[in-house]
Design a binder for this molecule. Structure first.
Ligand SMILES: NC(=O)c1ccc[n+]([C@@H]2O[C@H](COP(=O)([O-])OP(=O)(O)OC[C@H]3O[C@@H](n4cnc5c(N)ncnc54)[C@H](OP(=O)(O)O)[C@@H]3O)[C@@H](O)[C@H]2O)c1
Length: 246
């Protein structure tokens, strides 16, 4: 199968890295001078009155570019896979002709083959969509657009939220006197080791297993509860979801 990727930014190139061994890829861009690095590997066309008839498209431009991109396309695609945040299936249908439409929400870890990608849309394309996007990490099919919009806060924005946690941990270590370089290395190592740990059990059970009476973890945990960190994360999901509904 050939996949036609429209846009060649960070996500498009991360996707291509994961997909290139399994699919034939072609890029469509508005400015050929920006994609010299892709020329050796892929065929590249200019986004200018492009006939998309029968093509399987991955739309990877910024959400605000949808109308402008659509005005440069003609014909009816076979499938349209969109990675545009907060852009509803109806908006895709209103702008680009295709036999079927799929929305996906990957994240920036795609460049390490470790995206968390939530997917919804035309059920007849569910297996194909999961196969395509599993080349950049884990995939999760949900049955409604509401669910993909809710999941965007964690699947899409999650890396940025965890960066805030990581940076705060580093700053805490520095505040008490550690060298910045050690604070960074120690915190990064924590995140690396935490990935297999969180998969092994429920977070509350892991937490209980390491919290000794009157110990360091209990003291630190209490400080976080005082700062309403738990509620702040719950609110963060709500706020991000609200943005997708505008
Ligand atoms: N980054 C993430 O973590 C993430 C996560 C989930 C979903 N997404 C979604 O992925 C999409 C792309 O994000 P990105 O981070 O890859 O952005 P990016 O690196 O800025 O790339 C955007 C691409 O879109 C092209 N583009 C912008 N306006 C265009 C127009 N009017 N016509 C044609 N091409 C146009 C850009 O071309 P030029 O270089 O010529 O400007 C560039 O190739 C967005 O819709 C975003 O919502 C991103």
């Amino acid at each position: 199968m050939t996949l036609t990727i429209i846009g060649a930014g960070a996500m498009a190139q991360a996707l291509a890295d994961g997909l290139k061994d399994r699919y034939r890829l072609e890029f469509v861009v508005r400015d050929l001078s920006k994609v010299d690095n892709l020329r050796e590997l892929y065929s590249i066309s200019l986004l200018d009155n492009l006939d998309i008839t029968g093509k399987n498209i991955i739309l990877a431009v910024k959400p605000y570019a949808l109308k402008s991109v659509a005005s440069n396309l003609k014909g009816e695609a076979n499938s349209l896979y969109s990675i545009l945040a907060g852009t509803a299936l109806n908006a895709l249908r209103d702008n680009i002709n295709a036999k079927s439409y799929i929305r996906t929400m990957p994240n920036v870890s795609a460049k390490f083959g470790a995206s968390t990608t939530v997917i919804t849309g035309d059920k007849s394309k569910k297996d194909e969509a999961i196969e395509i996007f599993s080349s950049i990490g884990d995939t999760f099919w949900v049955d409604s657009e509401k669910e993909i919009d809710i999941a965007t806060s964690i699947a899409g924005s999650g890396p940025a939220l965890l960066c805030l946690v990581a940076e705060a941990m580093m700053d805490g270590l520095v505040k008490e006197g550690m060298k910045r370089v050690d604070a960074i290395d120690i915190t990064n190592s924590l995140f690396k080791g935490f990935a297999p740990l969180i998969l092994s059990n429920h977070p509350a059970i892991i937490k209980d297993s390491v919290m000794s009476p009157a110990g360091t973890t209990a003291a630190a945990y209490s400080a976080l509860e005082e700062g309403a960190v738990r509620n702040s994360f719950i609110k963060a999901v709500t706020k991000a979801f609200e943005v997708t509904q505008k």
